[in-house]
Design a protein around this ligand. Structure first.
Ligand code: MN
Length: 238
């Protein structure tokens, strides 16, 4: 698919997301995966697999489940640049996907399907994840339906955990809600980077937020990376 749709949807003078000038070249033997928790108009988890120099991307409203009896809806969205895997921060309000983004999990993936391109065409991709929260064997299966979100022809998939040692009834979204790169909650990311804290907090488990309220000194330390004024100064010219 390439990155043209990704680039068309975003104004890089305004959003701090990477422009991804071209699809990346594969330098290493491993393939990356990332799951970004994204509090946009709706909370969802963006599940991304490196393939052919881009990140194939699916929006998973409820997030991945470790329980093999649970099938999670995964709507395919536009390919993202490889650099996007490192993006954690604020997409300004009013921009495409405006809200708070957290790197919820990351690691490497290994195809189990012998021919990934063929598996994507037929709509049944088997793979192993080696991340901090997600591991073991998984499958993405395309359903007949099409998503109204994300443009015409976007396909709807199901993300399902295979039965193995990494399978669990534990609700990983609830028990492991923090960023794997900064250990922050969504509310902490929004607070420190000038986002909408109240909106972000609606995506955090209530029990974690109560702990913060009882002990505000526990807010995870993180330097401010980019000031909102940068976006505003660029906005004038667009
Ligand atoms: Mn998203």
């Amino acid at each position: 698919m390439g990155l043209s749709e990704y680039q068309r949807k975003r104004r890089f003078a305004v959003t701090p997301e990477p422009a991804g000038k071209r699809a990346g070249r594969r330098r290493k033997k491993t393939l990356a995966f990332v799951v970004q928790k994204h509090r946009a108009s709706q909370l969802h988890y963006d599940f991304r697999l490196e393939w052919n120099g881009v990140l194939l991307s699916w929006a998973v409203p409820k997030g991945p489940s470790l329980d093999p009896s649970v099938k999670r809806l995964a709507m395919q969205v536009e390919d993202h640049p490889l650099e996007y895997a490192a993006f954690e921060g604020i997409i300004p309000a009013g921009e495409y996907g405006g809200g708070t983004v957290m790197v919820w999990d990351r690691g490497t993936w290994t195809p189990e399907s012998p021919d990934v391109d063929a598996a994507l065409r037929t709509g049944e991709l088997k793979f192993t994840l080696d991340g901090e929260k997600l591991s073991g064997s998984w499958i993405l299966v395309r359903t007949r339906g099409y998503s109204s979100r994300g443009g015409a022809g976007r396909s709807t998939w199901l993300l399902i955990k295979h039965r193995d040692e990494a399978a669990s009834r534990k609700d990983v979204a609830e028990t492991a809600p923090r960023s794997v790169v900064s250990r922050r909650l969504l509310a902490e990311i929004a607070w420190q980077e000038g986002g909408d804290v109240k909106k972000a907090a609606a995506g955090d488990p209530a029990a974690e937020l109560r702990k913060l309220v009882r002990n505000p000194a526990a807010v995870t330390a993180q330097k401010r990376r980019r000031k909102p004024s940068v976006w505003k100064s660029n906005r004038a010219g667009s």
